[in-house]
Design a protein around this ligand. Sequence first.
Ligand code: G3H
Length: 539
Amino acid sequence: MDRLLDSLFPSAENIPETWRLEAPLEQRDYLVNGELRRWDGPLATVRSPVWLKHGDDEQQVVLGSAPLLDADTALTALDAAVHAYDKGRGAWPNMRVAERIQHVERFLARMREQRQAVVKLLMWEIGKNLKDSEKEFDRTCDYIVDTINALKDLDRRSSRFELEQGTLGQIRRAPLGVALCMGPYNYPLNETFTTLIPALIMGNTVVFKPAKFGVLLIRPLLEAFRDSFPPGVINVIYGRGRETVSALMASGKVDVFAFIGTHKAASDLKKLHPRPHRLRAALGLDAKNPGIVLPQVDLDNAVEEAVTGALSFNGQRCTALKILFVHEDVVDTFLDKFQRKLAALKPGMPWEPGVALTPLPEPGKVDYLDGLVADATGQGARVINQGGGQSRGSFFYPAVLYPVTAAMRVYHEEQFGPLVPVVPYRDLQTVIDYVLDSDYGQQLSLFGNDPATIGSLVDIFANQVGRININAQCQRGPDTYPFNGRKNSAEGTLSVHDALRVFSIRTLVATRFQEANKDLISEIIRNRQSSFLTTDYIF
Ligand code: G3H
C-alpha cells in the first residue's frame, strides 16, 4: 500500500497532454441581466483534489479562483430575475412553449461545444474519473432532450379543450415565478441542470449558484446562457452561501427553491423566507441507504452491486449504499468476495484509464473519515481489507469496517465517502427497525431470491423509502423514473416528467358552454390573441 500511495500523485509532465492544466483560471465573470459582469472584489481560491509531485514534495494543485460576491451584488441578480419575470407579465413567462423550447435547444447546441472543457474541469475540480465525467456531461444533454420531449407531450395534451358539466375549459401549466437553483458538488453539472432546465423551460426566471466544488466548470457555459436566453431569464452568481443565498431568501422574492445538499442547510435557508407559504421547494437531501443481504441470495451479484453501490465515485453519491446489513450465514463469504472485488478497483488520477478510486475534493474529509474509523475500531470493529483507511493527502483508500454496531457513529452518520460499514444480523427485525427508525428515507437495496421474504419486505419498506431496489444497487436513473425520498431525504419528486410539474402550476381558463362564449374563444384562437388560449400543436 505504501508503494501505491507513493506513486499515486503524478508530476505535471506525467499527465496526458489533453488533460494538462494551462495557467490558473482567474474567473471574475458572473451573469446578470444578460451581461457578463466583472467582479473586482475578493476571490475564493479554487483547489483541486489532485496533488502533484515536485521533486520529493507533493502539493495540492491550485486551479484558479472564483468571485466571492457580496450580498448586494447577489441581490442585483435576483432583481434581474424578478424584473424579467415582471410579476408574470415578462416576455419569458408569456412566451409560447414552442419558442421557449427553441431557446433551450439553442443553449443545448452551444453547451455541447463545451464538452471537452467541462469534462476536463469535472476531473480536476471534483476528481471524478474520465468515464463518469463524460457520462455526467452526456447524461445532462440527454436530460435536456428528454425534458424538451416531455414538455412537447405535456403541451400537446393541454392544447385541447375539455367539457365537463357544461363548463368548457383549457388547462395548462403556468410558471411559478423566480427560481433559485443550487446543486451539489458530486454532480455539479447534472443535478443542478435537472432543476435549472425544467425551471427555465416552464417559464420561470432563474438565479443559479454553482455548487461549493465544481465552480469553474460552469464558466465555459456562461456565454451560452447569455446568448441563448433573454436578459434576466438566467443569472449566475458565485460566493459563499451564507452571504449570498441567505440574502436572496430573506428578500422574500424567491418563489421556488431548488436545492440539493444537507437537510440542515435546506431548513436554515427555508426559514429565512418571510412568506413560507409562497415558497415552493424541490429538495434532494441526505441519505443513508442500506443494502440488505438475505441468507438466500446470489452472493456474486450482491457483491458486484454492493461494491459499485458503495464505492462508485468514492461513495460520494447521495444514492450510495452507505451501510450493509449481511446475514450471519453468508457474511464470511460475502466479506471475502467483497474484499477481492475491492482490491481490483484501480486507484489513480481521474484521467487514467480504468481508474475507479480517486482523491476527494472536500477539505478535512480524510480527517473526518479517519475519525469514523477510529470511533468504530475503538468499539470493536476492524478494518478488514488490506490497506483500508490508509491515506495520502486528499486520497483515502476505502475501508471495510466489520462488525459494525449501533454504538458506532458510522452506523448513523452519512459518511459520503469510501467507508463501507458492514453489520452482521441474525434477526431480520433488527434491520427492519433500522429502516423504520432512520431519519432518512431515500432508497434501499434488497439482495435475495426467496419470493416470500422479498415480497413481505417490499410491503414493509414501501412506506419507508422512495425506491426499493431488488438485487441491484441504489441509483437515481433512469431519469424518467421518480427520484424522491421520505423524512429528511427529500421534498418533492423529480424525474424528467415530474420536474416539469414541480416548477409550474396547473391553471384553468373556464367558461360556460354557450354560443357567445364559444364564439369568443374561437375568435381568440383564430386571431392568435393569446399564448395561453391556443390549440397550437407542437410537432
Ligand atoms: O448524488 C445523488 C445522485 O442523484 C445520484 O445519482 O444514482 O445516478 O449516481 P446516481
